[in-house]
Structure formats: C-alpha cells, structure tokens
Design a protein around this ligand. Structure first.
Ligand SMILES: [Zn+2]
Length: 243
C-alpha cells in the first residue's frame, strides 16, 4: 500500500514546485530544478569549449532519465528577444526523432541548430557554422549522426530521387570507408548502416576543419572545440566520440 502524503510532505512538495517556478499539478510531480535563464553575452564569453560539451552531456543525461529542467518558455522568448548568445552549434539530421533542443534538454537561445538529412556538409552549412562560432560566439561544434538513419540507408542502397540524389552523393565517401569485411552492405544490415553513419560524422568533422580556415584557426587556438557523436534512436542517448 502506498504511504499517504502528510501535510508536511505536501507543503514541502508545493514549496519545491514553487521554487521551480511551476505550480501546476503535472509540474509538481516532477520537482525538477528550474532551468537557468538563456545565456547572456557574459555567460557565453566565460564558458569554455569543455564546459559547453559538459553541458550537452549533462542535458542528454537529464533527457534520458526523463528529468528535464523546468522551463518557462515565454520567459525565455522575452529574455532572448534582443540578442542571442548560444553556447554551441549542433549539426544533425533532419530526422523527426532527434529534436536537438529536447535531446540535449536545452531551451531557447542555448543552441544553434543546423539540420539537414544525413547531417551532411555543404557551403551553406559551413557558413552557418562560421556564423555561429566566429560571429556569434558559440564555443562548440557538435556533429551528431544517429542510428538507423534514412539518409544513410538511401546512400547505402544508391537511391536516386530528384534533388535527394545529390545529397546522398555527399554520404557515399563514408560508405566506402567501412571495411569490405562488413557484409552485407545494404540498408537491411543495421550494424553496417550505423558504421556508415559514424564514418560520415567523422568525415564531416574532418571536412569542417579542412574547408574552413576560420574555424580551423579557432580550433587551433582553442577558442572552440569540435566533437562528433551518435544519437541512439532506441535509448535517446548521445554517445560522443572519444578524441
Ligand atoms: Zn537521419
């Protein structure tokens, strides 16, 4: 039998919920801490690339545990209306199952998000990353692929479809980097598909460094960091690659 809540317990619960800025019954159940306000210019400037990565790790852990911070989104809208100082930029796939702010438990103004099928790189995405870091002060570039990716499967199976054909062509070099011993080399082989996804992330990381002198200089000077990782559709977990 479940213990009945005492008046003291109820009082404590409501106090904690109020401290968390949330008085609705559904919020009171969670008792999660209140999210910090969106980063200001000073907060962003004081953050190191390592701290930015640590925050992405911590946010993903909260997401996986089902314990996101409590957010008052209209307040975040107001707080960011006159400027934005995100601490990281995430390049990830179009896939609807990998919503970036949600899986990293971040709010409005926390992250730049570049999304394109297969998290491929092109000049416009590269320009966006330069804008995020050089013009807007983000401290980390995270390239995040994911398991069971439809774009990767399309590249593996040599799908041709309108403008998608050219996009999938950008993934083909990753297919070729996976050793021939991995068989069969079709979209039915999930292990193969995920190996191609991971290889694609690593090639995109490499290409960012090679194709952007601006970002390469910032990386070399330690002003920003670049990290790759994979999001697992089954668990919600992001596994960052070791450097
Ligand atoms: Zn995908």
């Amino acid at each position: 039998m479940k213990p009945q809540p005492t008046l003291l317990n109820l009082s404590l619960l409501s106090t904690l919920a109020l401290l968390a800025g949330c008085a609705s019954p559904s919020c009171q159940k969670s008792l999660s801490p209140l999210a910090p306000p969106p980063p200001t210019q000073a907060v962003q400037a004081a953050m190191t690339p390592a701290q930015a990565l640590a925050e992405l790790r911590a946010g993903n852990a909260r997401f996986v545990a089902g314990q996101p911070l409590v957010r008052h989104l209209p307040q975040e809208v107001t707080a960011t209306a006159s400027g934005q100082y995100p601490f990281a930029v995430v390049l990830s796939c179009l896939d609807s199952r990998q919503p970036v702010e949600m899986v990293f438990d971040q709010g409005i103004g926390d992250l730049f998000s570049a999304r394109v099928a297969g998290n491929v790189l092109n000049d416009d995405i590269l320009g966006s990353l330069e804008f995020a870091c050089k013009a807007s002060g983000a401290k980390l570039i995270a390239v995040i692929g994911h398991s069971n990716c439809g774009a990767i499967k399309g590249a593996v199976d040599n799908v041709e479809l309108g403008n998608l054909t050219g996009l999938l062509g950008k993934i083909k070099p990753a297919v070729d980097t996976v050793p021939d011993a991995v068989q069969p080399r079709t979209s039915k082989n999930y292990a193969f598909v995920d190996q191609v996804s991971a290889a694609n992330v690593r090639l995109v990381e490499q290409a960012i460094r090679e194709r952007s002198p601006i970002l390469r200089e910032m990386l070399d000077q330690g002003q920003i960091a670049l990290v790759g990782g994979m999001y697992d559709l089954k668990t919600g977990q992001v596994q960052f690659f070791d450097k």
